[in-house]
Ligand binder design. Structure first.
Ligand SMILES: [Zn+2]
Length: 116
């Protein structure tokens, strides 16, 4: 897939880990995501692998996650709408063109415990 930015640049979406692509989730969907996570964690199902596959299947079917791109040429941000088209926004007072190029922590602390 590719998208043509209004500046003429072609934005490609043909592989994983793109530095100019992201996924956005509304606040309403975010809480649905947390609820889904809670249900999976609290599930009595013993087959954890099936549980993970159920989670992934529901993630795309139950939670709406939109795509977002930033044009690396002009800095416009393009956000997917409800019809899988893109609305673009022009940067205001900056020239940052790498807003989606970041990583969080690479490890998950499974030993995290709630305070008693
Ligand atoms: Zn552009």
């Amino acid at each position: 897939m590719w998208i043509r930015c209004k500046c003429g640049n072609i934005i490609h979406d043909n592989t994983d880990n793109l530095s100019y692509k992201g996924h956005i989730i509304s606040d309403k969907e975010y809480f649905k995501l947390l609820d889904l996570l809670d249900k999976m964690i609290e599930s009595p199902a013993k087959n954890r692998e099936n549980l993970i596959m159920t989670y992934r299947a529901n993630l795309s079917g139950y939670i709406k996650i939109k795509l977002i791109f930033q044009c690396s040429k002009c800095g416009r941000v393009l956000i997917e709408d409800e019809n899988n088209r893109y609305c673009s926004f022009i940067p205001d007072e900056h020239e940052k063109i790498d807003l989606l190029d970041f990583n969080g922590n690479d490890t998950i602390d499974y030993k995290y415990k709630c305070k008693k």
